[in-house]
Design a protein around this ligand. Structure first.
Ligand code: ADP
Ligand code: MG
Length: 542
């Protein structure tokens, strides 16, 4: 049994080991199979991965080439655009430069033309006529009751135009009337859109002449409502007629001229010039001093007279002259004077002025006697001015009411060691009364008297200009107070600027034609060649 058992144990062991071996064999073959399968699979995966990577890199290569190409094209385009831009910039710069050159040349040509033009005017005499056509305004449409039935229309129609800056064209055809197509030439024509500034720019050179020793007169001529006051002073303020320096853009010739005079004086030696103002009105052929004050200091108009001095100059004895030191002081005075201005509402334009307003700036220049006479190039001028010299220093000013100030210009403060003389030049700024015909205004009685005085003084003005034109020995200055008062700014070598004011509407055709006729006649005034004169060297106040 023990043997049997031993044998069977061995067998079992053998069997067991055989079984183990068999299992081992089996396992190893499975492992081998598995290994083979995995290997195969791995190989396949690796292969597909490889081909995928290959494809990917191909794709990447392709794409990057495309992008690179695109980037290159973009860069090229940018370069091209840059070049084009540079070309444009060069072109723009060139154009800008040539534009600047052309503008400069144009400005030079314009200045040359103006200078030539001015010499021409100088040769023609000293009267220049400018014409300003105002815009159509709402009150042109509202048919005036004053206008005769056949001329009444309830719509506006422009008949007067600025054809260019020297020509006025009047063009009108009405049924039953001969048609009009006429041009008028003046030194300068302003259209309705031209500003106060533009108008003044042409006036300013005259003020240089003023400080060069010439008397200057600027007057606005035209019917009521044609823009005389607007041109001379500025838009009228109904309540208080006060003009102020604040409405700078709208300011007319009078305030601007004063500013310019003070500016020009500021360039001269301090204390060598001073300015006095008088404001008068010529109403019904009588002169009223609008700056005269009563004993309480209240302003009221006093009647004055104009006389001819022994030297043949016009003078208004006792006329109030106020010294002013700047434009705002001046304007304050003018506003005071204006409040007194006699007004009569005609039917053409409510509150129309029925009087001539004459604002005079007297500029006194102090010149050393040693300089005097030699510094004026023109012998005649020197002689003329010698006569005008009122006195030698020390001198008391005529207007004791003038505000005493600390100005060095006060003659009393000048030492009389050097012999000094005063030269007076005058700037007269005139807002004439309306030039309309009597029938036009529809006035009767006292107003009719007013109108006939206005018409007479304006025709006296035309006569004076005519007499000067014909170089007659007798100039009828004394036929009216207006011409007598303006005598020194109309005759001699004074410079006169007539600013014709025109309403463009058809219903004012007659008046416009009359004004244009007046201006045309005034332009024909010949006063012989006027020599240029040099400034005397103003003496310095000590
Ligand atoms: P006048 O003094 O000749 O009677 P105004 O100067 O009083 O005329 O002008 C009449 C009206 O026309 C005013 O209301 C004025 O403001 C206006 N006016 C005149 N000229 C012009 C212009 N150039 N531009 C605008 N308004 C103007
Ligand atoms: Mg007026």
């Amino acid at each position: 049994y023990q043997g049997f058992a031993g044998r069977s144990t061995n067998e079992v062991l053998q069997l067991y080991s055989a079984h183990g071996q068999q299992q081992k064999l089996q396992r190893s073959s499975v492992v081998t199979q598995l290994h083979g399968a995995i290997k195969k699979r791995l190989k396949q995966d690796l292969k597909s991965l490889h081909s995928f990577a290959l494809e990917l890199s191909k794709d990447f290569q392709h794409q990057s080439t495309t992008y690179l190409y695109q980037v290159l094209t973009a860069i090229q385009e940018i370069q091209l655009q840059n070049e084009a831009m540079q070309m444009f910039q060069i072109k723009a710069f060139d154009l800008e430069q040539s534009l600047q050159e052309v503008t400069e040349r144009y400005e030079k040509e314009k200045q040359k033309r103006r200078a030539l033009h001015n010499s021409l005017v100088e040769l023609r005499g000293n009267i220049r006529v400018h014409c300003r056509i105002r815009p159509l305004l709402p009150f042109d449409t509202a048919a005036g009751h004053s206008i005769p039935q056949d001329r009444q229309r309830n719509f506006s129609e422009e008949v007067a135009y600025a054809a260019d800056d020297e020509t006025v064209l009047v063009k009108c055809s009405r049924p039953g009337h001969a048609s009009i197509n006429k041009t008028f030439q003046f030194e300068r024509v302003y259209n309705a859109s031209e500003s106060q500034d533009t108008v003044f720019a042409d006036v300013a050179p005259l003020l240089t002449s003023l400080l060069d020793g010439y008397n200057v007169c600027i007057m606005a001529y035209g019917q009521t409502g044609s823009g005389k006051t607007y041109t001379m002073l500025g838009p009228e303020l109904e309540e208080n007629f006060a003009f102020s320096l604040e409405d700078e853009l709208e300011l007319g010739i009078i305030p601007r001229a004063t500013q310019e005079v003070f500016r020009l004086i500021s360039e001269k030696p301090p204390g060598s010039h001073w300015v006095e103002v008088s404001v008068v009105e010529v109403y019904n052929n009588e002169i009223f001093d609008l700056l005269a004050k009563d004993s309480c200091g209240k302003v009221f108009g006093i009647k004055r007279d104009v006389v001819t001095t022994r030297e043949g100059k016009a003078d208004v004895p006792l006329l109030t002259h106020e010294t002013v030191e700047n434009a705002s002081e001046f304007l304050h005075l003018v506003n005071k004077g204006l409040q007194l201005r006699v007004r009569h509402p005609t039917l053409v334009h409510a509150h129309s002025s029925r009087s001539h307003l004459v604002v005079t700036l007297t500029i006194t220049t102090i010149v050393s006697e040693d300089n005097f006479g030699t510094s004026w190039e023109d012998e005649q001028t020197s002689q003329r001015l010698n006569k005008e010299v009122s006195c030698t220093f020390p001198h008391k000013r005529r207007d004791s009411k003038s505000t005493s100030s600390s100005r060095a210009s006060s003659p009393a403060q000048l030492e009389a060691t050097e012999r000094l003389k005063q030269v007076k030049t005058r700037l007269q700024l005139v807002d004439l009364a309306g030039s309309e015909c009597v029938g036009m205004s529809g006035v009767t009685g006292a107003a009719l008297r007013e109108t006939s005085f206005i018409n007479r003084s304006l025709s006296a003005l035309a006569d004076v200009l005519g007499a000067i034109a014909e170089q007659r020995s007798h100039i009828p200055y004394r036929n009216s107070k207006l011409t007598h008062l303006l005598q020194d700014s109309l005759g001699g070598d004074a410079k006169l600027l007539v600013m014709l004011c025109i309403s463009p509407d058809q219903k004012y055709l007659t008046e416009s034609m009359q004004s244009l006729g007046f201006g045309t006649r005034a332009r024909q005034v010949q006063r012989g060649q006027v020599k240029k004169k040099n400034l005397p060297v103003p003496s310095k106040a000590k």
